[in-house]
Design a protein around this ligand. Structure first.
Ligand SMILES: Nc1ncnc2c1ncn2[C@@H]1O[C@H](COP(=O)(O)OP(=O)(O)O)[C@@H](O)[C@H]1O
Ligand SMILES: [Mg+2]
Length: 253
């Protein structure tokens, strides 16, 4: 497929300032359907701000965002969710005292009745969460476990599972393995591969060049609020990417 139809996301010339701080100076990138698209760049480059504009957390000051070829103007994260965009933020936003399945349904079942859920709803939700987790076939623990007891990697897996439960179209992740060891990083990468295999497009911010090389199909390099380079991952080396990010830092100092 060619043309714009296979583009899940098109961000064109997006700008965003916070008072005197200009976080995005006209950022342009795209993400193809069915792929893992990575964003790399130094601290402060504007990566998180960019994805927060896509996920409805910030309203951009200017520019255009298209999802599946259609221009969108999200007023809130809920708005973005209604367009099939789910985001896993760095803080994960899990409720420690609740179980895995309750976290998967957190804030989604308010219309079904007041907390606590009626027994039949609870059973159905638990079963559905268990089915999803089973299908993802990764390091997500038993759904009745309390999130507080989980490791960092398992918590990340719960947050990703929740995103996939609510959108199998497009999931955005901000540094999903930043706080994890090698083994847990590999498990989260396996989970990301699995959700792409099931048909979900993924946009991921990563500081880990090796991970970007292993996982992504396309990589964009951000610097100073702009997207300054983009590559098919197969056409670059990790060393090329390091040079583009750190070389940029050398220019600044
Ligand atoms: N809510 C905010 N208020 C003020 N400044 C912000 C806010 N969010 C981000 N910034 C600033 O915008 C710039 C880009 O930040 P960010 O998008 O978080 O970069 P990155 O994720 O690439 O590290 C930084 O200078 C940061 O301090
Ligand atoms: Mg960030």
């Amino acid at each position: 497929m060619t043309g714009t139809t296979d583009l899940k996301l098109e961000v064109t010339d997006v700008t965003k300032s916070f008072g005197n701080v200009t976080a995005l100076r006209g950022a342009t990138l795209s993400a193809r359907a069915g792929e893992v698209t990575a964003i790399i760049g130094d601290n402060g480059a504007g990566k998180s701000t960019l994805i927060k504009c896509v996920s409805g957390y910030h309203a951009p000051d200017g520019g255009e965002i298209k999802v599946s070829g259609k221009p969108v103007h999200f007023g809130s994260p809920l708005d973005a969710r209604h367009h099939g965009i789910e985001t896993v933020y760095q803080d994960l936003a899990l409720a420690d005292q609740l179980s895995v399945w309750q976290n998967i349904y957190l804030n989604r079942e308010l219309t079904a009745g007041p907390w606590p859920f009626r027994v039949t709803r609870r059973g159905a939700m638990r079963a559905k969460a268990r089915e999803l987790v089973g299908d993802l076939a990764v390091n997500v623990p038993e759904v009745t476990k309390t999130v507080m007891r989980l490791s960092g990697g398992q918590r990340q897996a719960v947050a990703i599972s929740r995103a996939v439960m609510w959108s199998n179209e497009f999931v955005i992740m901000d540094e999903p393995t930043a706080a994890l060891g090698l083994r847990e990083t590999q498990q989260v990468e396996a989970l990301i591969r699995r959700i792409v295999e099931r048909g979900t497009s993924v946009l991921i911010i990563s500081h880990n060049f090796e991970q970007v090389m292993r996982l992504s199909d396309q990589v964009w390099v951000m610097r100073g609020g702009r997207v300054v380079n983009g590559h098919r991952t197969a056409e670059v080396t990790g060393a090329d990417l390091v040079a583009e990010v750190t070389g940029a830092a050398a220019e600044h100092f």
